[in-house]
Design a protein around this ligand. Structure first.
Ligand code: GCV
Length: 722
């Protein structure tokens, strides 16, 4: 009996010793877990054991803090950096001028190819020894280099003999928060806004610093902290003081703060009778406002503007153009080095034109008329962040204007806070699209990074998925989308696979089995979502207002906010004809692109119903009919989620129970909701096609009426004012 008890107690002790400590996801990919492998510990202390660092700048100080945090975590002891050069240094970090080693020809030569935010990392001979060096021209570069090194050390990799030189491919790498002053977040699925306006400027939540660390670790160097559906209050003096307090926290991390500028601010908060951009008093008001902001925030980034779109005020209210509006703000910011991000997300139901064509029609005639410090911020596709869209035709069509892509990290149309959908493949698909403008090889990435038009200025924006939830993004895998955006903004040449692998190792650990399983789940997840939501080029068939769940039956009211406008299903067929026989949106693309998309035989299935209205019995590349293919795609989407769930079960015990269970539960919801999408959409489309479901798919349950009657009055993230 005693022996049995002993064995039992022993197993309990052993089990609890083996159980991995609980994690809530707060540490993101900067977990710095204890390194237990003695060889690895030795390797890490051989690099971080004695770091010599230029501590004279605030960025130097945050590098020191990060290295102490990393060593405390990985080695169990915080190792502070030295401010003076030491012969026993294991790593030297800094910029030219501070330590002699940075003034050697070796380092100077390496820095020749390094831009303002870039860095060199490699071994350099100095005196009679070799030192590992992270050298940069500016402190921010040294910080990025440090995070790169920490990523290598955390993920179980090693530094090779080959030196590393990195430069960001894009100059302004921004998050866009759609956060309102009342702390609600438009299309936010991770709680409330992290900006606590009520307590600012005197109280700053410690999480703000962790937010800055996380962004800097990816190279994100700017953040627009307010919603594009803007509130003028953020431009009033008390709010500028609050914004300045946040800017103080961000500065050492190389992050500039930006605000959304409500176009009607001069009239709303400035006491003027108009906000006409050609009115001298209005122009002066903006100049004075910019001066006021820069007096408090000398490194203020600039303004993001949504104008004459979805009810927002803009220059057209006064008969002026987008260029008039953007240039007025640009002129006010230019003396301070600020930029304007002017959004091209414009469309109107009053114009009898395919919504997909409207931004192009409005902006192309203005090409070359914007100031040098204006970027036109263009969503990846011509409608609105759908699970899949072809690239926006504006890319390549405005060679005289700097364009910046806007990607949506928050999953407004991709399962919101409950679905695991890894978005890097979506981002990559857009960035790698060849616009053929002006010639083959002019991918969206090369247009926006300036290489096609030899443009120095470049920018990219990602609509944030960050909120007050303890794990920042609601769904743990939402973190991967923040991570992927940041990494691609730095280097759009990285692949979704590489980024996924990096993130998994940093977030869950380097066990190859675990990495393999999770990578497979992530890489299949976006296509799964496309299949169970909007396969074959369908788009905009989600529930009304909240955009949560399926709503292919949505009709009535503004046509361009309905689903029937987009899928055009009837008894004959389905799809939006955007060829010459229809809206001819295809004409907005280069001839080479038109050639691929204009013929349903050559048009990739992925975009088929985006560009074509086809009969239900149209023969697909697979040999089956369009109707059968549509049913099978929806079904395949559901099956993929089933496989994702099964795969996830295989990693049980390979990570802490808390994070494992949280993802497990959400995957269950995802499978239920994928089925819901499939059933509701197929039952609806069947009401048009009148055809039976292929016998080899799981037959949709329920009735169309039941699905149509579902209501979600409290779905999260809806815009509060609408
Ligand atoms: C910020 C879509 C979203 C809106 C969003 C808008 C935009 O319409 O549903 O919530 O508003 O895009 O990008 O401006």
């Amino acid at each position: 009996m005693k022996i049995r008890l002993f064995v039992l107690l022993g197993s309990i002790l052993l089990f609890s010793a083996l159980k991995l400590p609980a994690e809530d996801g707060y540490e993101l990919w900067l977990r710095y877990l204890p390194e237990t492998d003695p060889e690895r510990r030795e390797y890490i202390s051989g690099i971080l054991g004695q770091v010599v660092l230029d501590l004279s700048t605030s960025t130097g100080q945050v590098i020191d803090e990060e290295i102490q945090k990393a060593t405390r975590g990985m080695l169990g002891e915080a190792l502070p950096c030295r401010r003076d050069f030491a012969k026993r240094a294991t790593l030297v970090i800094g910029t030219p001028g501070r330590f002699g080693i940075f003034n050697t020809d070796a380092v100077r030569g390496e820095l020749d190819g390094v831009g303002p935010e870039g860095y060199f990392m490699g071994r350099v001979s100095y005196g009679k020894r070799d030192y590992l060096v992270i050298a940069a021209n500016e402190p921010a570069g040294a910080l990025y280099g440090t995070f790169h090194l920490l990523r290598i050390l955390q993920s179980g990799s090693i530094l090779t003999d080959r030196p590393i030189t990195e430069n960001p491919k894009i100059r302004h790498r921004l998050l866009n928060h759609w956060d309102n002053p009342d702390r609600t977040v438009e299309r936010g699925y991770a709680g409330f806004s992290i900006w606590d306006w009520h307590k600012l400027p005197h109280y700053i939540d410690p999480g703000i610093k962790d937010y800055a660390r996380a962004n800097a670790s990816l190279g994100i160097n700017g953040t627009v902290i307010t919603n594009v559906n803007a509130n003028a209050v953020v431009l009033t003096s008390p709010y500028i003081e609050k914004v300045a307090a946040l800017a103080e926290v961000f500065r050492p991390y190389g992050i500039k703060i930006y605000l959304t500028a409500r176009f009607s601010s001069p009239a709303e908060i400035g006491g003027l009778s108009t906000s006409d951009p050609l009115d001298p008093a209005v122009r002066e008001w903006w100049v004075a406002k910019a001066d006021e902001i820069y007096a408090s925030i000398p490194d203020f980034g600039g303004f993001l503007v949504k104008a004459n779109s979805e009810g927002q005020p803009g220059p057209q209210d006064y008969g002026r153009t987008h260029a008039d509006g953007a240039n007025m703000l640009a002129d006010a910011l230019a003396p301070h080095g600020g930029i304007v991000m002017w959004r091209a997300f414009v469309y109107s139901h009053e114009i009898a034109e395919d919504r997909a064509k409207q931004a192009y029609n409005e902006f192309v005639p203005l090409d070359g008329r914007f100031r040098d410090n204006v970027f036109i911020q263009v969503k990846n596709g011509p409608i609105d962040f759908q699970p899949r869209e072809p690239f926006h035709p504006l890319f390549g069509a405005m060679p005289g204007t700097a364009l910046a892509p806007e990607l949506q990290i928050t999953q407004e149309y991709l399962g919101q806070g409950t679905h695991l959908v890894y978005l890097a493949p979506l981002f990559e698909e857009c960035l790698d699209s060849d616009t053929y403008l002006p010639r083959e090889g002019s991918t969206v990435a090369r247009i926006i990074d300036g290489s096609v038009d030899n443009r120095e200025q470049s920018a990219i924006a990602g609509v944030s998925n960050i909120g007050t939830d303890r794990n920042w993004t609601g769904h743990l895998f939402g973190q991967a989308n923040w991570y992927a955006f940041g990494r691609l903004a730095w280097d759009h040449g990285l692949s979704s696979e590489e980024i996924a692998e990096e993130w998994i190792k940093l977030t869950f650990g380097k066990d190859p089995f675990l990495v393999g399983i999770i990578r497979e789940i992530m890489l299949s997840s976006r296509e799964a979502a496309v299949n169970y939501m909007t396969p074959l080029g369908l788009h905009h068939i989600m529930g009304e207002g909240h955009h949560y769940g399926p709503g292919p039956w949505v009709s009535g009211g503004r046509p361009d906010w309905t689903s029937v406008y987009y899928h055009r299903a009837d008894s004959m067929g389905i799809g939006f004809d955007r060829t010459a026989s229809g809206s001819n949106a295809l004409r907005q693309y280069a001839p080479e692109v038109q050639e691929i998309f204009s013929d349903p035989e050559t048009c990739p299935d992925a975009y088929l119903l985006w560009f074509h209205h086809l009969p239900w019995d149209f023969t697909m590349k697979s040999g089956g009919s369009l109707w059968e293919e549509l049913c099978r795609k929806y079904d395949a989407g559901v099956r993929s989620v089933g496989r994702m769930r099964e795969s996830w079960q295989k990693v049980e015990g390979k990570m802490d129970e808390e994070r494992y269970q949280s993802v497990r539960s959400l995957l269950k919801i995802q499978e239920i909701e994928a089925r819901w999408w499939r059933n509701a959409c197929l039952l609806y489309f069947q009401s048009h096609s009148g055809l039976p479901f292929p016998p080899d798919i799981e037959q949709p349950e329920g009735t169309l009426r039941e699905y149509m009657n579902l209501r979600f009055p409290y779905a999260p993230g809806i815009r509060p004012t609408w």
